[in-house]
Design a protein around this ligand. Structure first.
Ligand code: AMP
Length: 304
């Protein structure tokens, strides 16, 4: 088992779906990611919040065993806020408002012990910060993965291209893969993104599952068929949490382990969408994770 370092957003999310609404609920790419990955391995979080951030949220991460020594509470600062909405097609989030607040002038300084962590996830955040953290690593991690979204693809494309050149894996949703590649066909888009640097491209396709491309080899996993999906927010980050958490727990990055990691990613995302914010994850047990992993085997088994 190896440690896993993540930098990303810790947020207060206001989210409307056809099934309800939450206001200033716990969210953020690094929050969803670290909470999920902590079921698999030791996670160390680098992020910032303002002093308006509820103490109970910090306790939640701590109680899961996430190392939050690298989470800076900026005195007098306001926490990052995101407001989003989904229609009946839950695959696409519509961003209504993004307030970077403390993220706008965050300059993470990695403590010595964090600069040697072997697995690194650059969760969705300003690509300038992603590159900054990657450059502060004293030892090249065994695996570096990155996630991003339309906000940064549009706003900071050059910086994103710079950091993409240096990562091993990119996880990205289908709409954003098309946008980044400038290519409507998903297979071609994944190949175009691979040519930007990452050897491995994981395209998350919401209720249609996820696609893995390494070299010339594709692998696909379905999404778990659920009767009730309440809020897809965080599905992408928790997919990445299961994927990276599993790889770090095995300390392996070979093709077979990556395939199993894809299934764990799907498993974790399937729980997240069953409730708002981290509510379903807060009731999750390792036994339930294993049970759903086994259910995936049945789902995709070819021979009866
Ligand atoms: P996803 O897993 O793709 O559904 O990501 C949802 C999370 O991304 C939400 O909890 C938001 O707080 C966070 N988020 C939204 N916009 C941004 C942004 N521009 N930078 C960093 N995080 C964001």
């Amino acid at each position: 088992m190896s440690d896993l370092l993540v930098i990303g957003s810790v947020a207060l999310d206001t989210v409307q779906t056809p099934f309800g609404k939450v206001t200033e609920a716990l969210g953020g790419s690094a929050t969803f990611f670290s909470y999920c990955a902590s079921f698999f391995t030791q996670v160390r979080l680098v992020a910032t919040v303002g002093d308006d951030f509820p103490e109970e949220h910090l306790r939640l991460l701590k109680d899961r065993g996430v190392d939050i020594a690298g989470l800076r509470v900026t005195a007098g600062g306001r926490t990052f806020r995101w407001t989003g909405a989904y229609g009946y097609d839950l695959n696409e989030a519509k961003t209504l408002d993004t307030q970077l607040n403390v993220l706008a002038d965050f300059h993470p300084a990695l403590a010595d012990d964090l600069a040697h962590v072997p697995y690194l996830f650059l969760a969705n955040i300003d690509p300038v910060l992603q590159l900054d953290v990657l450059r502060q690593m004293r030892q090249r991690p065994r695996l570096v993965a990155l996630d991003t979204m339309n906000f940064w693809i549009q706003g900071k494309r050059d910086d994103l291209m710079r950091v993409l050149r240096e990562v091993d894996v990119v996880t990205i949703n289908d709409g954003e893969a098309r946008q980044l590649a400038g290519e409507p066909n998903l297979v071609k888009a994944a190949r175009t993104i691979a040519a930007m640097g990452p050897k491995t491209v994981v395209v998350k396709r919401g209720e249609y599952g996820a696609l893995l491309l390494t070299g010339d080899t594709f692998f696909a996993v379905p999404a778990y068929p659920l009767e009730s999906v309440f809020d897809p927010t965080g599905a992408g980050d928790t997919f990445a949490g299961g994927f990276m958490g599993f790889l770090a727990s095995q300390d392996r990055v070979d093709a077979a382990t990556m395939r199993r990691a894809m299934v764990y990613g799907s498993v974790m995302a399937s729980f997240t969408v069953e409730d708002f914010s981290l509510n379903r994850l807060m009731r999750l047990t390792s036994a339930q994770i294993e049970e759903r992993y086994r259910a995936f085997h049945e789902l995709i088994r070819l021979e009866p």
